[in-house]
Design a binder for this molecule. Sequence first.
Ligand code: SAH
Length: 260
Amino acid sequence: MSKHIPRKRFGQHFLCDHDIIAAIIRAIHPQAGDNLVEIGPGLGALTQPLTAHLAHFHVVELDRDIITRLQRTYPATQLTIHAGDALAFDFASLGTNLRIVGNLPYNISTPLLFHLAEFAPYIIDMHFMLQKEVVERMTASPNTHDYGRLSVMLQYRFDMESLFDVPPSAFDPPPKVDSAIVRMLPRRAEDMQAASLDTLAHVVSSAFAQRRKTLRNTLAGILKPDDFIHLDIDPQRRAETMSVADFVRIANHIQPRKNS
Ligand code: SAH
């Protein structure tokens, strides 16, 4: 087959460091019988070693040239190729106990993470390569610079852990940024349950829309002075001081008004 020219618009940076590839496969720890899907297999840096562990798995890929290559390389009994956009893909169609992996296209990482969060009940775990800066925001704690909407909305759904960093030199072509491998495990705990995800998302977006402003300002359209008293939240606080549980409490407090 002729050489594939990497396409920038598809965020194509192909892994070529064999030690890093081996470390990612060890982190995933694929087991025979896993219901696994890889997003963006590309030229197969992860796909090929995964075939050594799994009799069959799924991939979702957008680039038609790459899809043709995959079809030529892997029999359909081994690899089910879903040609299309991972952002629009119905991961629930693959069943439950899903394991999702991939060296994700960085240009769509935030919308893709939000899309995947919707399928949390179907997922066992996810292992992704992402920009290191994005992984830092995903895993950030309150009262840090990196803590924001992405942290809250993903930490609400997942326990997340940054496993190790990957330098640009591990890829061809090298990206301009450092990367990191993140593990995401859906939270099963019932202790923190938002009555409505839309309401939680609305509260969190409003609170972080102007990070420097107090909640009295950013949540003016959502919480009245009485609400702050009832919730025992100081209206002078800023969004970045609030825990995920605090945001869930606010969302659940105002939910009855949304329903009526
Ligand atoms: N996993 C490979 C390739 C990573 S590059 C490796 O590690 O070498 C990112 C891959 O995601 C490319 O194959 C690219 O074509 C694919 N991709 C880009 N946008 C996509 C989308 N919206 N849906 C599915 N795949 C996409």
